[in-house]
Design a protein around this ligand. Structure first.
Ligand code: ZN
Ligand code: ZN
Length: 356
């Protein structure tokens, strides 16, 4: 979708929800609709106008990044500019329910008594779930970048190296290869630490026989990638192989399910059934996956409770895992693009257990 089409989609929702305007404060939503990449600002979208409010630091930047928007200067409080954008009231103003803070809500009410604040859920997030060609190009680059540095990973994970040290080296490799920033802190969890699904790399040194969960991503043109493999320092033992095989089978079963029109919860179930049938149902406590785009975690959600339905153009992760307290864990994560007739894996690296 072009910038104009994105705004048109928001305006269509204004009509449906009987809103006079929609206030956008979420960083990714703001960037998606306006192109503005700064750290602070708000959009006010009305049926026929589009305002971008930002502070002194960004007044020049917005001229080039968001040329279609009327720029308003603020000190970062929506209440300062509502009257300017909306004119005399009353108005029904939609806002992002999951983003506007309680404090800001109260300040807007105090500053603009004639504005009725209407909580709206997922309006821009749902648009963002389906990627256009430009977005897909950026996501493909971010995924390819991780794939391109992966061959250097074994050299970084030598026995005796500290987790944090190895993670930092990998981050340098990714940045040098063209990643704009780290989309999230690398998860490099070794030995018993690998039982923590989101462990931070710490001072632990890699030892022979350790299982290592490595979860990394890159960013290109604002779009993220997200990828995990499990490795073993030295030769794998039978338990490593057994658990890893279960996870890969769960991953394969889920990938085989992905297609337009399929419920996200069904894809989650496909993986969960494989793990439960192997007797490890309790060891897979998190959701199967999530959408990836301007945010690393975004719509749709691939969980047992999700009401989302997959559509062509969505990019999601498939990341089943098993976590055994005191022993460690195994996770395999790939990014897939939902295509008109199924899916395409965007991180096409072998899913084999890697022995270092
Ligand atoms: Zn990940
Ligand atoms: Zn993920």
């Amino acid at each position: 979708m072009s910038a104009g089409e994105r705004l048109a989609a928001v305006r269509g929702k204004l009509g449906e929800l009987s809103l006079d305007a929609f206030l956008v404060l979420g960083a990714e939503n703001r960037r998606y609709l306006s192109g503005f990449t700064g750290s602070a600002g708000g959009l006010i979208i009305t049926p026929d106008r589009a305002f971008l409010a930002t502070d002194y630091r960004y007044l020049e930047q917005v001229q080039t990044e968001a040329p279609g928007f009327t720029v308003l200067k603020w000190k970062n409080r929506p209440g300062e500019v509502l009257a300017q954008a909306l004119g005399p009231g009353p108005h029904r103003l939609g806002f992002e329910k999951e983003i506007l803070t309680c404090g800001e809500f109260e300040r807007i009410k105090a500053a603009a008594a004639e504005v009725e604040l209407v909580p709206v859920e997922g309006l821009v997030e749902n648009l963002r779930a389906v990627k256009d060609a430009d977005e897909l190009g950026a996501i493909r680059e971010a995924a390819a970048l991780v794939v391109s540095v992966w061959e250097r990973v074994p050299a970084l994970l030598r026995e005796g190296r500290g987790e944090a040290e190895a993670a930092l080296d990998l981050e340098f490799e990714l940045r040098r290869a063209g990643s704009e920033e780290a989309p999230f802190q690398i998860i490099l969890a070794s030995g018993p630490q690998a039982a923590l699904p989101h462990a931070r790399p710490g001072g632990r040194r890699l030892a022979r026989g350790d299982v290592v969960i490595l979860d990394v991503g890159a960013v290109r043109r604002g779009y993220a990638s997200d990828f995990t493999r499990t490795l073993v320092v030295g030769p794998a033992e039978s338990r490593h192989r057994e658990l890893h095989q279960i996870v890969v089978q769960a991953r394969d079963a889920a990938v085989a399910k992905v297609a337009p029109g399929v419920k996200a919860a069904e894809v989650d179930r496909a993986a969960r059934e494989v793990i439960a049938a192997a007797g490890y149902g309790e060891a897979f406590g998190h959701g199967l996956g999530h959408g990836v785009g301007l945010a690393v975690h975004e719509a749709p959600r691939l969980t047992a409770e999700s009401a989302d339905v997959l559509a062509a153009g969505m990019v999601v992760t498939i990341e089943p895992g098993l976590y055994i307290p005191g022993w460690g864990g195994v996770r395999v994560e790939d990014m897939v693009l939902v295509t008109p007739d199924g899916c395409e894996v965007l991180t096409p690296l072998p899913t084999d257990l890697v022995e270092l």
